[in-house]
Design a protein around this ligand. Structure first.
Ligand SMILES: [Fe+2]
Ligand SMILES: [Fe+2]
Length: 168
């Protein structure tokens, strides 16, 4: 029997598995980043987003349920690479005034990856006529976007200025 050609719903499932895997990795990485951060505002932002990330995983399991599939991750090399870069920053800049700026940059790379994935998934869900799934994906997309903005603000106010001031 010839296999059916792959379609958008296959791509949707594949990408859903990708972000499910990524969120679980992020859930493990955020406490380490919070622990490494020195600015209390940055620590707090990482801790808050860790809690939100738990909800992201839950929402994804709901989306799996909507399409009648068991929640399963698929190794996402992109997020592993981004998290690995974050680890290198901690190792290389620990104890320096630039550490927080580096952590912030690493965290924004994570958020931008998530924003890209959720944006795509949301639009595919709509095209596939899955409005409930689109709504769930949009809720998470909004939280990722807000986190990215919070991090940008922290960069412009507290974190980067401190890195510069101490380096001068
Ligand atoms: Fe997330
Ligand atoms: Fe996130």
């Amino acid at each position: 029997m010839a296999s059916e050609p792959k379609a958008l719903n296959d791509l949707f499932l594949d990408t859903l598995k990708d972000i499910y895997y990524a969120e679980k990795q992020i859930l493990k990485a955020l406490p380490k980043m919070a622990k490494a951060a020195t600015a209390p505002e940055l620590k707090e932002a990482f801790e808050k987003h860790r809690d939100e990330t738990e909800t992201h995983v839950e929402r994804l399991t709901e989306v799996f349920e909507i399409i009648g599939k068991a929640p399963r991750g698929k190794t996402c090399d992109a997020i592993l690479g981004i998290i690995e870069e974050g680890k290198s920053i901690i190792e290389e800049f620990e104890g320096t005034p630039a550490l927080d700026a580096g952590l912030l940059a690493a965290a924004q790379a994570v958020e931008h990856y998530e924003i890209a994935r959720y944006g795509t998934l949301k639009s595919w869900a709509k095209q596939l006529g899955m409005n409930d799934a689109a709504k769930l994906l949009d809720q998470t997309l909004a939280e990722e976007t807000k986190t990215d903005q919070t991090l940008s603000q922290l960069g412009e106010t507290k974190v980067n200025m401190k890195a510069q001031a101490k380096a001068a």
